[in-house]
Design a protein around this ligand. Structure first.
Ligand code: ZN
Length: 462
């Protein structure tokens, strides 16, 4: 009783007013059903239809991405929930001990009272963990059978009965105002036989601007820009359509980013057959344009809805956000050399996951899943959330070892993810060799102390 009382006083005294928040975001969840105009994703209010099919994710020999990723997220949340109680913190401390020592936090006490004395171990800080979606379409099939994908769409969508707009996953994440989002996927693409993991990253405005300059430039400038991209870390751009080469894939993604349309394989002309929406207007947040602006400016030269990239001008709240410092911190340069804090956060999740397999005796550093090169494209979640966004492919179904890990060792992935979240928010003293986590916390203070207000808390639609 006395111990509990002391614990209560210590906890009650030192817990910050609001704990850091992390959203665990398992990919997919629903089904790719026909017609896409009823069951798809990416609802465009102006056109009154879904622009894309529902992306149901990978399925391979009994391993369903949507199910495994949710299971790992739920287990990681259960581990992070330990930081909410005094007893839980002691369990969490034992887990952390496999990876490193917690650091003393400024203004947070820094030590735990034990037998009336302050022991030499810094306190475990609290984290509020959330999951971005329910388990899977099969869980609530009867409630949602008219629209099985309702709880799983990335973008906002109309209620099938009332037509009222409902928040998709991206809007729900933003409403929670987290500091950190960890998006979890697995993939079918090729991997080494020992398995592989990779981060998924998206650049900031400075890189996309190369494409904007390219379509306006003469031959000399175009050659220079091609050379610049080829010499940069973004030169391994993700090719999602085989008719496009690396540079034209970059151009196609820049077109989507800026004007919502794909470009043709030539990399300069708009493909009017492939419209992917003004994605920043398909979510509910402070950076969306009002419907009246979308109507009045549609297709106009020198405006934000120009239908050629050369005629596009970045006007409005979303494009101000894109050109401001926090987006550059999140998506350019940073501790990994490129990709900003998002890339670092994703890499730490992967490095802690590798470490989890080694620390728990399942692998040696030689057999633990390798970290492959990142997947670079104009991905939605890391672009359209106001949080540091780690996005990872935890496994490749093409590797038998990864497939086995997905079936049997989800608790190990979950531990790696949970410890990474703690380390990214509060830092961890890890002393490890190459390929293992660095343990540095993200510099959250620079986002929190911005002149215009806390970056993480200014995303709600006013
Ligand atoms: Zn996926």
């Amino acid at each position: 009783m006395l111990l509990r009382l002391i614990a209560f006083i210590v906890i009650g005294f030192f817990v910050p007013l609001s704990a850091y928040r992390v959203v665990l975001d398992p990919g997919h969840g629903g089904r790719d059903l026909i017609p896409h105009t009823l069951y798809g994703d990416k609802f465009d209010r102006r056109l009154g239809t879904y622009l894309d099919k529902f992306r149901e994710g990978a399925r391979h020999k009994g391993v369903w991405e949507l199910e495994v990723m949710h299971d790992i997220a739920a287990r990681a949340k259960a581990i992070l929930d330990l930081t909410q109680t005094a007893e839980g913190k002691e369990k969490f401390r034992k887990i952390l001990a496999k990876y490193g020592k917690p650091l003393a936090q400024e203004g947070a006490g820094g030590c735990v009272a034990k037998d009336g004395l302050c022991a030499q171990s810094p306190g475990i800080q609290p984290i509020e963990a959330f999951i971005s979606r329910p388990a899977g379409y099969y869980e609530n099939y009867f409630e949602n059978r008219d629209d099985v994908n309702a709880p799983f769409r990335l973008y906002d969508y109309p209620d099938q009965k009332t037509g009222a707009l409902k928040p998709g996953t991206i809007s729900r994440i933003n409403a929670l105002e987290p500091e950190l989002v960890i998006t979890l996927h697995l993939t079918h693409t090729e991997a080494p036989s020992v398995g592989g993991m990779a981060t998924v990253i998206t650049p900031g405005y400075k890189t996309y601007e190369l494409a904007h300059r390219y379509v306006r430039g003469g031959l000399g400038e175009r050659t220079a820009i091609r050379g610049k991209l080829a010499a940069s870390a973004w030169n391994r751009w993700f090719i999602s359509d085989d008719r496009y080469k690396t540079f034209s894939s970059f151009m196609a993604d820049a077109f989507i980013y800026y004007i919502g349309f794909w470009c043709k394989p030539d990399g300069v002309s708009t493909d009017f057959q492939k419209f992917r929406g003004y994605r920043h207007n398909l979510v509910q947040w402070a950076y969306a344009d009002s419907d009246s602006i979308v109507e009045s400016l549609y297709g106009k030269k020198g405006e934000r809805y120009a239908t050629s990239l050369a005629a596009f001008e970045p006007k409005g709240p979303f494009w101000e956000r894109e050109q401001a410092e926090p987006e550059s911190w999140r998506r350019e340069r940073g501790p990994e050399g490129y990709g900003g804090d998002n890339h670092y956060a994703g890499m730490e999740v992967l490095r802690f996951t590798r470490k989890a397999f080694v620390a728990n005796g399942f692998d040696s550093p030689a057999t633990a899943p390798k970290i492959l090169k990142p997947y670079i494209s104009t991905w939605a979640v890391p672009t359209y959330v106001n949080a540091v966004a780690a996005f990872v492919e935890l496994a490749h179904t093409t590797s038998k070892r990864d497939h086995l890990r997905m079936a049997k060792y989800r608790h190990i992935y979950a531990e790696g993810v949970a410890v990474a979240a703690y380390s990214l928010l509060y830092g961890l003293d890890v002393r490890e060799a190459n390929g293992f986590p660095k343990g540095d916390a993200i510099d959250l203070a620079r986002y929190q102390n911005l002149a215009g207000g806390n970056y993480f808390k200014r995303v709600k639609k006013s």
